[in-house]
Ligand binder design. Sequence first.
Ligand code: HOZ
Length: 427
Amino acid sequence: MTISKNDTLFERAQKTTPGGVNSPVRAFRSVGGTPRFITRAEGPYFWDADGKRYIDYIGSWGPAIVGHAHPQVVKAVQDAATRGLSFGAPTEAEIEMAEEICRLVPSIEQVRLVSSGTEATMSALRLARGATGRDKIVKFEGCYHGHADSLLVKAGSGLLTFGNPTSAGVPEDFVKHTLVLDYNNVEAIRTAFEEYGDEIACVIVEPVAGNMNLIKGTPEFLGALRELCTRHGAILIFDEVMCGFRVGLGGAQARYGIKPDLTALGKVIGGGLPVAAFGGSRELMSKMSPVGAVYQAGTLSGNPVAVAAGMTTLKLIQQPGFYDGLARSARRLADGLTAAAKEAGVTFCADAEGGMFGLYFSATPPNNYAEMMAGDRDKFNLFFHKMLDEGVYFAPAAFEAGFVSAQHDDAVIDATIAAAKKVFATL
Ligand code: HOZ
């Protein structure tokens, strides 16, 4: 029997890196088995250490929206790299990127570039607290906003009890100001504002959630958040790290027609390199250092090579018909998989929003964290591994959204559906 290089690498990796990975979900703990070590990627595909090709549906967890190693993005990175890798001083390219983001995202007049989604949400939160002079924040069960201390929280024992840390190392004191409510529950958020209205600094939400599989915020829910924040002087933060420039140009806020006070961006705006951002009105952003009193900084913020990848990606996604094509592919995939499962008598459905999709081993798409958790995870895990054998790489956990790129054409989607037909028949 030949030994898989993935196995060898995984064994080796675990000696020097916790769990063998630099980000937990990559370790396949949720689905079991050996993570695939990737050697290269191109278009809609990537290849593992054994040379096996996969249709990739994580796209680096969102950034690879124009497909892997797009020639124009690669060229921009190469050109930028020859001019220097990092300066720690401002560049004109950063101004161009800020101008582009402000032009494309309806609620953003000023933006600060950072290097990761975690930094973006963490800084937005600090700004909200600094601007309001309040401490309490509201988040929703199942929404993930990066790993800042006050956001690693699960719901307390009652509706209005403050949260409990979800990670060791997070002091109770850090999360005692974080209230965790049910996603898509208008009643709960109304009650929270009735009780704590003048103490709440901000509400942070993924308007299209991508970290509890794909769950869409309902217009009623998002509208209520906007209305309550305005009424009580709280800041509404849309975490669009995942859904920004993914569900459509201008993100979920453009799609739903709701203007948050602050927006966190990441993933697509870096085109595969580390760029993230947070932004909002000029008035609010002027509270940031060096103009205002809210401190935030970063050696690699606005890095010239990363900005080159991001800017080129932002140009490519503005080509006519780009988002129609993306949404069509995601919808074709979701509908094709749902039909294949139905034919095989498997309880399954799928949904899509722009270039994001969700796979659910339940009769209907979930509306919140509890409904998502009620899906058949064992079946998902079986499906995941069998699809992997067929050369299709979905996210290695039932709690993650999937992503298509502009390179996932009909032939790629149809090949995926054909593989799924075979797999569903065995479940
Ligand atoms: N934050 C991602 C899951 N929602 C995982 C990122 C990664 O492993 O690259």
